[in-house]
Design a protein around this ligand. Structure first.
Ligand code: SR1
Ligand code: MG
Length: 409
């Protein structure tokens, strides 16, 4: 094991991490028999699992590099994990066991050491293997209501909340979202959109040339920029969730900042639709396909409806602001969040098809015709959830609109 002191930053290799953990924590016994693996498959950071083969205990080390994994020419501040470790602590207070525990954030090595989510799978991986997760709607609706409502001005002391807004100013990560989600899919202004070639013309006509759509996207972009409503996860897709049959972990909130609640909610909804398209395009057996795709639609419907129920219940129990207790304010406020959620669902759907950062649910569809169809369904549905966002109030509103569009392709 190396004799490093870890007193100045360098990017660790798999051989460094066991000694690093031993230097920083007394989590493992001195005579541990280590096995280390790099397990990260995200776009930004390096993630290692360190395991003691004697005891079976394991831990995760996540380190930021100066350039991004997705593109070595893209750079971010190397201390970005600080915000992530801080929000994981806050979200744990609000959502208890739905968030993994952080043991340490090291400001020198820019690395976080955290609980290993053993016996959980990354949700996107599980869904692309067409596994189903019966607890998801229940858990994610609790996570969303608790993390979003309890960090908002509805509940939090306004001065404390303003201090958090300040602490969570996250300009570099937000800039990525502003560009990749809210700008480039509508014009390719930075020449880095990756579009499936058979859909180039479709994207040109339906996204780049649709001025009415651009206006609604601009409104949602400025809502994202200016509405410091709640402490958001900021990148709540199915790659930020580890799950099994009995439990859900939400992690990887490095894009956290104070923004509109609907952004997190919309990201969850959109990523479930990607899973539906993957199942629809890649499962051969009709019965199996129907079972998986029905599970996804049912989960979307339940997630939205449970969110609605839990939101109102928590609002009534936890509201502190005197004027927010005014008759009908809750209904008004809730409605604005639902419209935002639909709009941001559409933005996430569209950016994963027309933008730079893809999802394997779609890129793994090998049959060209089926991928073309899946992408067109998602673009069309995404446009509808943006343009008609006020009509999406319940889970069934999403399911009905989606089924109508699927029937047209
Ligand atoms: C340049 S980073 C691309 C994407 O990966 C992250 O997970 C975010 O979704 C970001 O937009
Ligand atoms: Mg991530």
């Amino acid at each position: 094991m190396s004799e490093q002191k870890y007193d100045s930053y360098f990017l660790m290799k798999v051989d460094d991490v066991a000694s690093y953990v031993q230097t920083k924590l007394s989590f493992f016994p001195k005579n541990a028999n280590f096995e280390c693996k790099e397990i990260g498959d995200g776009n930004l950071n390096y993630v290692f699992r360190v395991k003691d083969k004697n005891t079976g205990k394991s831990i995760i080390v996540k380190q930021a590099g100066t350039s991004l994994r997705i593109d070595k020419n893209m750079h971010l501040p190397v201390d970005r994990g600080k915000i992530e470790s801080r929000i994981l602590g806050i979200q744990k207070e609000y959502t208890k066991d739905l968030v993994p525990e952080v043991y340490l954030y090291d400001t020198v090595m820019c690395a976080m050491i955290m609980e290993d989510m053993v016996k959980h799978t990354m949700m996107r991986t599980g869904l692309t293997e067409h596994k189903t997760f019966p607890r998801f709607a229940e858990d994610i609706s609790t996570f969303l209501v608790n993390s979003l409502l309890l960090s908002s001005d509805i509940v939090k002391n306004h001065k404390e909340k303003k201090n958090l807004v300040k602490e969570f100013i996250n300009p570099d990560l937000c800039e990525i979202t502003e560009d990749l989600v809210f700008t480039e899919p509508y014009n390719d202004c930075n020449n880095r959109n990756k579009i499936f070639p058979p859909n180039l013309e479709y994207v040109q006509k339906n996204l780049y040339e649709d001025k009415k759509l651009h206006l609604e996207v601009a409104k949602l972009k400025f809502e994202f920029l200016n509405n410091a409503q709640s402490l958001l996860h900021g990148d709540l897709h199915t790659g930020s969730i580890f799950i099994n049959q009995n439990h859900t972990f939400v992690f990887d909130p490095e894009f956290a900042f104070y923004g509109p609640m609907g952004y997190d909610i919309g990201n969850v909804i959109a990523n479930l639709f990607f899973a539906w398209c993957n199942g629809d395009a890649t499962i051969d057996d009709d019965e199996e396909k129907d079972k998986f795709c029905s599970y996804i639609l049912d989960t979307i419907e339940k997630s939205v409806d449970l969110f609605n129920d839990k939101f109102d219940k928590s609002f009534k129990e936890n509201v502190t602001d005197r004027m927010a207790k005014t008759d009908q304010f809750m209904e008004y406020y809730h409605d604005t969040i639902l419209a935002d959620s639909a709009g941001y669902t559409g933005l996430e759907l569209i950016r994963r098809i027309a933008g730079m950062a893809k999802v394997i649910d779609i890129t793994n569809i090998k049959d060209e015709k089926k991928r073309v169809r899946a992408e067109r369904i998602l673009i069309t549905f995404g446009k509808e959830t943006i343009l008609d966002r006020n009509k999406f109030k319940n889970g069934s509103d999403y399911i009905k609109a989606f089924k109508d569009i699927v029937a047209r392709f």
